[in-house]
Design a protein around this ligand. Structure first.
Ligand SMILES: *Cc1c(COP(=O)(O)O)cnc(C)c1O
Length: 387
């Protein structure tokens, strides 16, 4: 089978919309322009019904109650509402937040902001595995700790974090737990009850849905979880995300969640197989290829590879037939080494010689073989030129 070029291997940055999701998006856009806040006519009711269905589909993906889903414009907004909202609602006696050095900028950014405002923000690092040791997080817990935020699966190195272990201890001590589960959502079994978290962020466009829509899951409890709104206006989404809802995006996000659940059991082993096929070919044909971060537990379509003696900034312009990334997507135009890779203990040089490969739902064996061949050739050529 011929390979369509360029080959998209950057599924951690975004995913192509699934054809079935696109159908829902288009149909909703065309047929349901009503405002779900309109209670007095059928245009509003039609939109309401679609939003309700999507709420159930998103809730089903994470084992939640539909009333706990707050639709947002994406995970960046969900993370900000969770972190800034919890901080704003905190009692004076709680001034500490614990997080990791593995967080996405949409978690790290609001926490940097809180730190400037006087919060005590502790960032726990990892060893070369890229997996947080829960004891390191737990050791930092004090009586004035408000919240812990831990990414569920890392977006550069794909490592899966022990959220459940951390949450178990935090809960006993009345500390809130937030997790950015954007990368985990398509491939890991996510059950908010079993995980024991209080707040969880999702994004549609990382699971074959449209861009510009996501959700914050907020645990329903008595008394309600203390969360102040960051935005003010209408009362939509329990007052936490006022504004007219993105009905087509939300309906499509629901469909993307339904498909993620449907495909997960076959997709995970398939991607693991392709990942292994790619890594094996590269390591057989090239000396000095190292995997950054532990092999397991890891997202099934993630490889973050270090090529000794090569700079990713030199390699990528020669591999434009492949869509790859150096570091995280938000930084790929920025030659600065990835802070996440540095936090694993890699040197600047090692971090700068690393590439992220993200396989996805449409990736085929032929594409993987093509990628292996092209990467091998480009690395061999560069190494000989660098001599
Ligand atoms: C992409 C991503 C986000 C941001 O999601 P948006 O919907 O694009 O705002 C947050 N966290 C992680 C881990 C991501 O990969």
């Amino acid at each position: 089978m011929a390979v369509n070029k360029p080959v998209y291997l950057d599924h951690h940055a975004t995913t192509p919309i699934d054809p079935l999701v696109l159908e829902v998006l288009e149909r909703t856009q065309r047929q349901f322009f009503g405002n779900p806040a309109s209670n007095s006519h059928s245009f509003g009711w039609g939109a309401q019904a679609l939003v309700k269905k999507a709420r159930q589909q998103v809730a089903a993906l994470i084992g939640a109650d539909e009333r706990e889903i707050i639709f947002t414009s994406g995970a960046t907004e969900a993370n900000n509402i969770a972190l800034l909202g919890a901080a704003s609602a905190a009692p004076e006696s709680k001034r500490k937040i614990i997080t990791t050095t593995l967080e996405h900028s949409s978690v790290a950014g609001p926490l940097d902001h809180l730190e400037k405002q006087g919060w005590d923000v502790v960032r726990v690092g990892t060893d070369a595995t890229g997996i947080i040791n829960p004891d390191d997080l737990i050791a930092g817990l004090t009586d004035d700790t408000l919240l812990i935020s831990v990414i569920a699966a890392q977006n550069e190195i794909g490592t899966v974090q022990p959220v459940e272990e951390v949450a178990r201890v935090c809960h006993r001590r009345g500390i809130l737990v937030h997790s950015d589960a954007v990368q985990a959502a398509a491939h890991l079994p996510l059950d908010v009850g079993a995980l024991g978290v209080d707040l969880l962020s999702l994004s549609a466009h990382k699971i074959y849905g449209p861009k510009g829509v996501g959700a914050l899951w907020v645990r329903r409890c008595h008394p309600p979880l203390p969360l102040d709104p960051c935005f003010h206006g209408g009362g939509q989404e329990s007052g936490l995300r006022p504004g007219t809802m993105n009905v087509p995006g939300i309906a499509a996000f629901g469909e993307a969640c339904r498909l993620a659940l449907k495909y997960r059991d076959e997709e995970v082993p398939r991607l693991q197989g392709l990942n292994k096929r790619l890594l094996d070919q590269l390591q057989e044909q090239l000396p000095g290829v190292q995997l950054n971060g532990a092999g397991q537990p890891r997202l099934p379509g993630n490889l973050n590879l270090r090529f000794e003696g090569i700079r990713a900034g030199q390699l990528m312009p020669r591999l434009t037939v492949l869509a790859l990334s150096a570091g995280s997507a938000c930084r790929s135009d920025d030659p600065a080494p990835s802070p996440v890779l540095l936090s694993l203990g890699l040197s600047k040089q090692e971090a700068a010689s690393s590439l992220r490969i993200g396989l996805g739902r449409q990736t085929t064996e032929e594409e993987v073989d093509f990628a292996a061949e092209r990467i091998t050739a480009a690395v061999q050529k560069l190494r000989s030129e660098n001599k």
